[in-house]
Ligand binder design. Structure first.
Ligand code: DAT
Ligand code: MG
Length: 153
């Protein structure tokens, strides 16, 4: 895979959707120069969310997290670009909005860790796992953006 074709899984969580922040979040990824590969509004099942957060299953906040994530629709997306997983995490900010710098999505748009409005894969391996979990292969759209020659040298 070409270096600028790395993919990450990004989801606007139910609080982000309900607060009307989906457009602002998509705008930030578009303006950065990332390429949208897949997107859907979906209400995630408990099974999907338990799989998605399987690494956190022993943490005290796990059941509350699964309940919150299933409490309303999420906007699930795949974004592509150079070092997209790392770039996505930098754009999100820290897990706890209180530790997130201004200019990041969590630093600018939310306050508490349990309502931190957005998910982003934390490694290339988790991105691959999460993209498979949330999307069917045919939902990922391969195309070349006409802007790519102006974003990459
Ligand atoms: P991230 O979403 O930054 O990858 P994570 O994978 O460690 O963070 O945790 C997943 C989500 O779980 C996180 O976005 C919010 C919630 N969470 C994490 N730590 C928490 C805590 N101490 N109390 C409540 N919720 C927490
Ligand atoms: Mg995580």
């Amino acid at each position: 895979m070409a270096a600028n074709k790395e993919r990450t899984f990004i989801a606007v969580k139910p609080d982000g959707v309900q607060r009307g922040l989906t457009g602002e979040i998509i705008k930030r990824f578009e303006q950065k120069g990332c390429q949208l590969v897949a997107m859907k509004l979906t209400k995630a099942s408990e099974e999907l969310l338990q799989q998605h957060y399987i690494d956190l299953k022993d943490r005290p906040f796990f059941s509350g997290l699964v309940q919150y994530m299933g409490s309303g629709p999420v906007v699930a997306m795949v974004w592509e670009g150079l070092n997209m997983v790392k770039t996505g995490r930098v754009m999100l900010g820290e897990t706890n909005p209180a530790d997130s710098k201004p200019g990041t999505i969590r630093g600018d748009l939310c306050i508490q860790v349990g309502r931190n409005i957005i998910h982003g894969s934390d490694s290339v391996e988790s991105a691959e796992k999460e993209i498979k979990l949330w999307f069917k292969p045919e939902e990922l759209v391969n195309y070349t953006s006409c802007a790519s020659d102006w974003i990459y040298e």
